[in-house]
Design a protein around this ligand. Sequence first.
Ligand code: GRF
Length: 190
Amino acid sequence: MPTNIAIFASGSGSNAENIARHFCNNESIRVVLVVSNKPDAYVLQRAERLGIPSVVLTAADMRDEARVMALLREYRVDFIVLAGYLLRVPAYLVDAYPQAMLNIHPALLPEFGGKGMYGERVHQAVIAAGRTRSGITIHFVNENYDEGAHVFQVECAVDPDDTPDTLAAKVHALEYAHFPRVIEEVITAR
Ligand code: GRF
């Protein structure tokens, strides 16, 4: 039986696309569903192009446990990947996917994480704090933002002339290089 992944994303979805492409010829792991809380998120267009079903579940929809769990059952979702998903994951979902939900954070947690720390704000904070290293953290998801057990971290340099944009580009490159592989390793080890 293949492992079926649902990717939750709120924005552009470049990681979602990179992950979907990584698994597109994989017979034992596949991306079966994209979920976004934003009806206008670009990730939905990417999903359509990739031929992956997508669903919009707003913050209010996510509170409807029966509806969300029925959807995940319909698609036989075994594993959830959060890739730029900005809502807090409800407790029922964390409980339904123990050790089966990963998030990526564009900095070296536990620093520069938590509520409101997403996107450009993270890179601005890293630069403002004068850090010379940043990177990515891939971690299991629990009920608190950015607090689950770490699975993988890798660093990049923050150079004196880096701006939030140039740092974001370095971090994105790390995300593309490592996130699909780490997802595959975590699923394969289960
Ligand atoms: C990534 O930097 C990810 O680490 C963060 O949100 C960003 C999403 O980018 N959580 P994209 O939507 O995958 O392009």
